[in-house]
Design a protein around this ligand. Structure first.
Ligand code: IVH
Length: 682
């Protein structure tokens, strides 16, 4: 349909009316019509534009978002978008001025523009003939992303500049952010929808701007404060920041009302103090103040470094502290078994996020803080760091204090809790603990353990989450038809995975021992244990005294081994594994003196391509060799790979024999006698 003059006029008038009401509502906070009336006008405009094909980039209909984009386009910033150096106190600000005075000749005081440092996302808006044509993120300062579609939905950003005298090309820079109220509303809605809550306003703003679907962005009440001008052609701009702010505001661009132009660094310091005072009362998050030289001419003569201007400084506020109550302490078991006390708090908004739990790190920290459940405590949080419990609030009353007591049994699997070092505690349940399930299965299947090809982290994750696998023995009863229910798993890959699980049943004792994930039993120790005992039963029954006789095994490792086999659940798991066909060839135990490389000292240097250095070392040790870290006269042979340096030189100098990895592999192949014959240890 082609539009009549009457239609064109109605569309033009609707656009003007809607932008006016938009401004009255969002910027001036004095609406003249109800939301419903606004929505009706907007609906009429959208339908006319659609019927008569009247799209315009500056139409208010853009505010509701459009079809998702296929991807982001990059935008090069002709004038780089700089970042700011930081200072943390008033003395630093005085030092900043002292540095400025060294660079410039000035007879009067320097005038500064003081602005809140809004915690959001730096963006660039490009206006051509007053029309918003492009919006981009800062990116790395040189190249950002085109986010025009999302920025058009931000109600306080004019799609068309108002007033007069704006340059034909005008690039405006500033910070897009989400206010505290908008953030709270969004989270309220998220709770109602039972969807994920947002962590903090800044991440929410950044995430929103990175949406391909602008209809989603339209639902987030983002705002912007403009603070500078980049590109500019055709037109004169004021020669001071103060003047620029006024000009921008005159063209309908949002600027921060909390900014101030002051005439000395002492006044800047006073500004920062006052801003800190009113921080909590502001409707948006700030993380400091920005102090800039006000005169553009002075800015130009002071100049910039590669990434930051010399004429501006971010004054960062100290970390924020708030008081709240410790409601409870839970002990959380990590994926490797470490148990951490986690504080459950009465939710408190501090340093830009709502904190309702945080780590107490360990029991030493609990003791140091002298904290009990029910205490009023001080929480500190700055930037992106984890909130910290600083102390118990002095003089606060705890009507029913409860002591925080470390568990003696793992809260997840009930296995005994062990001490690790002086302060840490951990669950001894390894293979059978629910919290450690994924990690233990991943380790069990890993290359140097049972080497189940195709059993990647993603698969383990799904198998555990779908409760198809509770412990590693369940792997051996998986069927292709079950595996096919997993994400992106076709018939072929399911069958392949079942085949590699089947293959992995036949393993070696060292690999199996390593796969069990006994604490501090790495590949080398596993190999030593296998060669010493030759048989799992014998190892299972070994005492600490017997174990410490094994090379590489100290009293602590010995304790870990004994406690692993003392756990009934582990023994049950071993029998399930045996019943499901996991087996290995027997090993002939040889006394140390009669091992083929007994008495030899070997050094490995440079890169090995076929073997890991640990594996090479373990296999040489198993054959009776000593593996040393440096070359001396007593070195028997040096195996040198590519990149060998000083050790190789030393060997040549001392006349020590040198060979390559191929020779090492040949030696190992010739001497390793593990055979498939079922020999039992004596
Ligand atoms: S001026 C050349 N002014 O802080 C100066 N930045 O650490 C460039 N920011 O990337 C920035 N409020 O995201 C400036 N009033 C303000 C600001 C501000 C927040 C952010 C901005 C910038 C970062 C620098």
């Amino acid at each position: 349909m082609s539009a009549s003059t009457a239609i064109l006029e109605e569309v033009a008038s609707l656009r003007v009316q809607l932008e006016r009401h938009n401004r009255l509502y969002h910027t001036l906070d004095s609406p003249e019509i109800t939301d419903a009336d606004y929505d009706a006008l907007l609906a009429r405009l959208v339908s006319l534009e659609k019927d008569y094909n009247l799209f315009s980039p500056s139409s208010p209909s853009n505010r509701i978002g459009a079809e998702p984009l296929p991807g982001f386009t990059q935008v090069a910033h002709e004038i780089p978008m700089l970042s700011l150096d930081k200072v943390f106190g008033e003395e630093d600000l005085r030092a900043f001025e002292a540095r400025l005075l060294k660079r410039i000749e000035i007879s009067s005081e320097i005038i500064y523009s003081c602005e809140p440092k809004v915690d959001g996302v730096a963006v660039s808006l490009l206006y051509e003939k007053g029309q918003l044509v492009r919006a981009a993120t800062r990116g790395d300062g040189t190249i950002g992303e085109d986010i025009t579609h999302n920025v058009r939905t931000i109600r306080t950003i004019p799609l068309q500049l108002s007033g007069e005298g704006y340059p034909a090309v005008l690039e405006v820079r500033g910070e897009i952010f989400l206010g505290k109220l908008g953030f709270a509303q969004l989270n309220e809605q998220a709770r109602l929808d039972q969807s994920k809550v947002f962590v903090n306003p800044r991440n929410t703003a950044a995430g929103t701007l990175r949406q391909l679907d602008s209809r989603r962005a339209a639902k987030v009440p983002l705002q912007m404060y403009c603070y500078s001008v980049g590109l500019q052609e055709g037109g004169d701009l004021p020669d001071s920041l103060g003047g620029i702010f006024e000009a921008l505001a005159g063209w309908g661009l949002p600027t921060n009302p909390q900014r101030e132009v002051v005439e000395s660094i002492e006044r800047c310091i006073a500004y920062c103090e006052a801003l800190l005072e009113m921080r909590n009362a502001l409707e948006y998050e700030i993380d400091g103040a920005v102090i800039k030289v006000d005169s553009l001419e002075l800015q130009a003569s002071i100049g910039s470094n590669a990434r930051t201007p010399r004429w501006a400084m971010a004054y960062k506020f100290p970390a924020e502290e708030k008081s709240t109550r410790l409601l409870d302490v839970e002990f959380q078991v990590g994926r490797t078994g470490t148990i951490t006390p986690v504080a459950r708090l009465e939710p408190v908004f501090v340093g830009g996020v709502t904190v309702s739990n945080t780590t107490l790190h360990n029991m030493d920290e609990v003791t140091r803080l002298g904290v009990r459940i029910g205490d009023e405590i001080i929480i500190r949080r700055a930037g992106d760091v984890i909130p910290k419990v600083v102390r118990v609030l002095a003089g606060s009353v705890n009507p029913a204090p409860r002591a925080i007591i470390a568990p003696t049994q793992c809260p997840v699997c009930g296995c005994a809790v062990e001490k690790e070092g002086d302060v840490l505690i951990r669950c001894s349940g390894g293979l059978i603990c629910g919290a450690q399930r994924k990690e233990s299965i991943r380790h069990f299947a890993s290359r140097n353990a049972l080497d189940i090809d195709g059993m990647g982290e993603r698969i383990v994750e799904q198998l555990v989450d779908a409760e198809l696998v509770r412990d590693v023995s369940d792997l051996f009863v998986l069927e292709a038809s079950t595996l096919m229910s997993l994400d992106r798993m076709g018939v072929k890959s399911a069958e392949k995975l079942v085949a590699s699980i089947a293959r992995s049943r036949r393993t070696t004792l060292p690999k199996f021992l390593y796969a069990l994930g006994i604490r501090e039993v790495g590949e080398a120790t596993a190999l030593q244990l296998a060669n010493h005992f030759g048989d799992l039963m014998l190892l299972q029954e070994a005492s600490v005294e017997t174990l410490v006789a094994v090379p590489d095994v100290g009293p602590i490792v010995a304790e870990h081994i004994v406690s692993f086999f003392a756990n009934r659940a582990n023994i049950d798991l071993l029998s399930r594994l045996a019943a499901r066909g996991v087996s290995w060839p027997a090993i002939t135990v040889v006394s140390p003196e009669s091992k083929p490389l007994a008495g030899q000292t070997v050094v490995i240097t440079g890169t090995l391509e076929k073997l890991s250095r640990n594996e090479a070392k373990a296999r040489l040790i198993a054959l009776g060799a000593k593996v040393a870290g440096s070359v001396s006269k007593s070195t028997t042979i040096v195996y040198a790979g590519p990149g060998a340096g000083s050790k190789l030189a030393k060997a040549t100098e001392l006349g020590v024999e040198v060979a390559d990895e191929a020779a090492l592999l040949a030696l190992l192949a010739a001497l390793e006698t593990t055979s498939d014959a079922p020999k039992k240890a004596p």
